[in-house]
Design a protein around this ligand. Structure first.
Ligand SMILES: NC(=O)c1ccc[n+]([C@@H]2O[C@H](COP(=O)([O-])OP(=O)(O)OC[C@H]3O[C@@H](n4cnc5c(N)ncnc54)[C@H](O)[C@@H]3O)[C@@H](O)[C@H]2O)c1
Length: 370
């Protein structure tokens, strides 16, 4: 059985490729080796020699046609990610490519057994809350004026009282930024066209995924890679808002296992699943755990800046995928220590965050509270 992974030279794709090979599948990768993840446009050394590699773009029809020949299963992972303001690039890369994959499968009557689409927890926006007076709420994004006052928490849209964040299940989305909108559009294309034309499809919404191979060069997001690269330069981590934002984190090899389960499971067809972690930590607590792992106290800088388009708290409810037989197996402490070990072995670790943060400030993505 042959599996195509678009974006397979990246972080989640390469781990998924390794696990597929281990399980006896053949793997083909279609990847254009995009910067900043691949600054020299060079095929990464961590890619297994048994992988068939096509250097090509998921937006290009002939590249997609070539990549899909003789394929039994597809993982569509190639994507443009982050918070930058080149909005159309999110749509061209993420949405046009998804439509193109279904177009090529249909036009050529390709016998693809399943398409697994990588989506994101980002589709939930601010997620689900409980208001003591008004029950469950799905609040809209926090207004810019509120963030500029350094007033970070969500209030009930009905009574304006503080609310308690709740784990968010798959039932309701509320994408609030360009990346989240593009991921949700991908889902709509995939599930709608999949169902309509009988092309089995599964959507997986990953939480923050962590582990070795998460590129240092992409310093636009990712608390672990940013903190780790700064620590290796003896610089403190920088936290947005007040550092009390809650998140869940999942290990990349656990995500690879979820990918393959979704591909192999008939019950998963046309379903959407959250793939998240079991530990919920604030960003400050995360840095405390980092201190524990490195064995010295790390005091983060919290300059009162925020990323415009970011959400306050977001934690995925993973009950649905647990019922299918998957669970996160790796503790956050293990994830952090494995990443740091890997990071220290890398020759090219630099403080890529300083430059990335300057770009984000110029584009009005990182802003200061007054
Ligand atoms: N890493 C996370 O925390 C996370 C969380 C939620 C969702 N996701 C989703 O998972 C998927 C994989 O993410 P990742 O962290 O492995 O990203 P990554 O940046 O490490 O890998 C993405 C790969 O896609 C390739 N690519 C980008 N544009 C392309 C194009 N036009 N044509 C061909 N290849 C292209 C890149 O070269 C890169 O190798 C993405 O769809 C992302 O939106 C990731």
């Amino acid at each position: 059985m042959k599996v195509l992974i678009t974006g397979g030279a990246g972080f989640i794709g390469s781990h998924t490729a390794d696990l597929l090979l281990e399980k006896g599948y053949e793997v083909r990768i279609l990847d254009s080796l995009e910067p900043p993840v691949h600054p020299q446009k060079r095929k990464p050394d961590y890619l297994c020699a048994d992988v068939e590699f096509i250097l090509g773009d998921v937006r290009n029809k002939s590249d997609v046609q070539e990549a899909l020949q003789g394929i039994d299963y597809v993982f569509h992972l190639a994507a443009y990610q982050g918070y930058l303001t080149d909005f159309s690039k999110f749509a061209f890369t993420n949405d046009a490519s998804t439509a193109l994959i279904y177009e090529v499968i249909l036009e050529n009557a390709l016998p693809v057994g399943k398409v697994v689409l990588a989506s994101s927890q980002a589709v939930y926006g601010e997620g689900r809350y409980h208001c003591a007076r008004n029950g469950t709420q799905y609040p809209p994004p926090r207004p810019l004026e509120q963030l500029e006052r350094g007033d970070w928490e969500l209030r009930c849209p009905v009574c304006q009282q503080p609310m308690e964040p709740l784990p968010t299940n798959e039932s309701r989305v509320s994408p609030h930024n360009q990346y989240a909108v593009s991921k949700y559009c991908q889902e709509l294309y995939a599930l709608t066209l999949g169902r309509r034309f009988g092309i089995p499809t599964v959507v997986l919404r990953y939480s923050i995924t962590q582990g070795p191979r998460q590129s240092f060069y992409n310093a636009y997001s990712g608390i672990l890679r940013i903190s780790a690269t700064r620590l290796l330069q003896n610089l403190p981590p920088i936290l947005y808002e007040d550092g009390k934002q809650l998140r869940d984190y999942v290990y990349v090899k656990d995500v690879a296992a979820a990918n393959i389960l979704a591909m192999e499971s008939k019950a998963a067809t046309y379903q959407t699943y959250n793939i998240g972690g079991s530990e919920v930590l604030s960003v400050r607590e995360y840095v405390k755990l980092l201190s524990k792992v490195v064995g010295r106290e790390i005091i983060p800088e919290i300059p009162g800046e925020f990323r415009f388009g970011d959400v306050r708290h977001i934690v995925s409810d993973i009950s649905k995928i647990r019922e299918l037989g998957w669970q996160p197996r790796t503790s956050l402490e293990q994830i952090i220590s494995e990443y740091l070990e890997w990071a220290m072995e890398q020759p090219e670790v630099g403080d890529f965050y300083t430059e990335a943060s300057q770009v984000m400030k110029r584009m009005g993505v990182i802003r200061a509270a007054r």
